[in-house]
Ligand binder design. Sequence first.
Ligand SMILES: NC(=O)c1ccc[n+]([C@@H]2O[C@H](COP(=O)([O-])OP(=O)(O)OC[C@H]3O[C@@H](n4cnc5c(N)ncnc54)[C@H](OP(=O)(O)O)[C@@H]3O)[C@@H](O)[C@H]2O)c1
Length: 164
Amino acid sequence: MRIGVLGSGLMGGKLGSLFARAGHDVIFSYSRTRQKLEHLARDAGARAHVGTPAEAARDADALLLAVHWTRVDDVLAQAGTLTGKVLLTCSLPMSKDDTHLLIGHTTSGAEALAAKVRGAMWYPPSVRFPVRCWFRYSRDVERNRRRTWSFAETTKEQRRQPLI
Ligand SMILES: NC(=O)c1ccc[n+]([C@@H]2O[C@H](COP(=O)([O-])OP(=O)(O)OC[C@H]3O[C@@H](n4cnc5c(N)ncnc54)[C@H](OP(=O)(O)O)[C@@H]3O)[C@@H](O)[C@H]2O)c1
């Protein structure tokens, strides 16, 4: 599968690396420094590459949106037309200083995203755990040489163990 990563920070960088190591073709995009994207791609292996958001979106089977809520409109504009695309996201509708939810009292971030990109299929996974879970899970994956994983499996595994 070809997966474009829109936002390659803590979440996008780690999830994209897991996707690439699981055998998917991944394009990391949308960082303020291209060197960071190149470092991520090198680290994630031969299936990982670097591109612009538009390049990440082009021909992608699925896209991961992983930016702060304040950057959503910008990265979606750079990605171009996403009609018909499958979009996963961990982006939460938080205020600029991350102190409170901007959306979530009468509607949801997922509904706001769906309204921004009509005709796409959005999958906002239940991301309620911090990014350090992914770091530890990826270490487990490498240790056990496992080739496949899923959000549901990850959640279940992480629930069984304390974080620290
Ligand atoms: N971290 C967590 O544990 C966690 C858990 C659940 C959900 N989330 C949600 O997931 C989303 C992404 O979180 P994250 O922790 O991965 O964020 P992050 O580490 O800050 O990554 C955001 C990405 O957007 C990029 N970006 C490009 N232009 C930017 C600009 N002008 N200002 C700021 N960033 C810019 C960043 O670039 P650089 O590479 O240059 O920084 C980075 O690659 C957020 O909505 C967050 O609420 C996070």
